[in-house]
Design a protein around this ligand. Sequence first.
Ligand code: MN
Length: 163
Amino acid sequence: GCAFHFTADLGLAADDGRALESEAVVTPVEPSRAPLRILLAEDNLVNQKLACRLLEKHGHRMAVAGNGLEALAMLERETFDLALLDVQMPELDGLETARAIRDRERRTGIRLPIVALTAHAMPGDRERCLEAGMDAYVSKPIQKAQLFAAIAQAFATVGPSNR
Ligand code: MN
């Protein structure tokens, strides 16, 4: 599990009506209000712990995969509300994993909100992530405001019907 050393308010900036810093639109769909079952696919242990800590502190329940293949296997066994996919992973990277998830959804008809985690904010990264079927994008090191804004954006993209 994750040990907590945070005392910061982890609420979205949108909670108090201020504009979010990212491109995310302010939306009444507030993912932090309800506990979510979140699949995190990330091969870096430090980033795994950081993301777990931030999200568990907010009441969400985490399942961690070390690469895209593990993530796909977990999605076969369990239903998640949200996926966070690191772009650079061994075995199957985040882009390929997102494409596989979207392919599978053509059969199921259910759309999983997906947030990309990327190590470097390179030109074209965002477009590559969106093209692969991801809904939002956050660059590492993970910062709580950007992460929660990206999650809100992913839910806004998918729409409230999946909640
Ligand atoms: Mn990685």
